[in-house]
Design a protein around this ligand. Sequence first.
Ligand SMILES: C[S@@+](CC[C@H](N)C(=O)[O-])C[C@H]1O[C@@H](n2cnc3c(N)ncnc32)[C@H](O)[C@@H]1O
Length: 397
Amino acid sequence: MIQGVDTRAASFHNRTVLNTSACSFFVTCAKGTEGALRRELAALRIGGPRGATGGVSFSGTLMDGMKVCLHSRVAMRVLLEIAAFAAPDADHLYAETREIDWTDFVGHGMTIAVSATTHANPHLRHSGFAALKVKDALADRLRERTGRRPDVAPRNPDVSIVLHVRGQQARLFVDLAGEPLHRRGYRAAMVEAPLKESLAAAMLSLGAVAIDKPFLDPMAGSGTLAIEHAMAARGIAPGLHRRFGFERWIGPEQRRIWDSLVKAARAGIRPNAPCPILARDKDKAAVAAARRNAEAAFVLADITFEVGDFTTLAPREPAGTLCTNPPYGERLEVGDAGTDVRRLYAGIARTLDRMRGWRAVFLAGNPALAQALGRKPAVVHRLWNGPIEARLLVYDL
Ligand SMILES: C[S@@+](CC[C@H](N)C(=O)[O-])C[C@H]1O[C@@H](n2cnc3c(N)ncnc32)[C@H](O)[C@@H]1O
């Protein structure tokens, strides 16, 4: 697959859905971050975002969908609805899927992948089976129209198709982004338990972290929070340094629109972050990883890096926001030179006593943190870090 304009896509007009202003989208996000996503969509002037658990729906143009891919920091996937129909069983699912003109998306020689989620349908209980039915129907339809079945590529397909079944109702989508949006392309170096980029961005938004005040992550790990904050402070669109699935199948007219969105996003970048940003961790290797990631994200010059223990943090002026996700516990108890997580949390509480005037935003996966901090949070917000239920705790110190 060549990068840039794909000649295979050039003959597409995407006539069924794309030339209308009323495409339906479902934008997925981590559970508990829907409010932050709705705010982002509103800021992008996307009309009428409607909430749901784990995502937000809206109606708009393909350009709106592209805009979300490029600018949303909180979204995970942008799904363009292709069809919605009753699918009480596998035969109906096959028949309805075969009705769709897939040549709008799947050009000659393109690869596909189909994923599915199913809920409350006894005849489509297994998501793998439901996905296979869709793949078969799509392949049969394309062979009938073009004489060729598409190849399936579970990794890095040209077109990702998503099926959602809920009860008797099925919805088919094309995933505009391809690789999920949290993969911004800057994670050059890994540490244990890094925060997903989209969840870090949601934390910054839900914690109302100001870009015009100093920022500090004292347990920064691979630097995700500091990097996401720096990118927001510089106005760097999160999708600017990666490719998207739709770039492989849009036609020339849509590509012109995409190019203009990218150009406007580049023009909107500020030369530096307005306030100091500090990423600190007691682990030297984590700080080195954070530095490499910041470089890959083009924000190295905006962030200061330090090796140091949270409990030795000296008070800093002027006040700003301390934003961090401390270890949840299990790893510390077994592996961290015998340090007990409760002792660490008590140390965090004592350090906060010295930070008068600061706002502190924590992602707490362990209820012992709130107990150790003792104070009354200004905000408590429930959200999910993958399968782990966590709390966003905000304190004005
Ligand atoms: C859950 S990880 C943070 C992950 C980070 N948000 C990221 O995206 O990579 C917790 C971090 O706290 C650091 N840490 C643990 N105890 C610490 C202490 N007493 N002082 C400073 N850092 C500490 C660990 O080294 C680890 O990098």
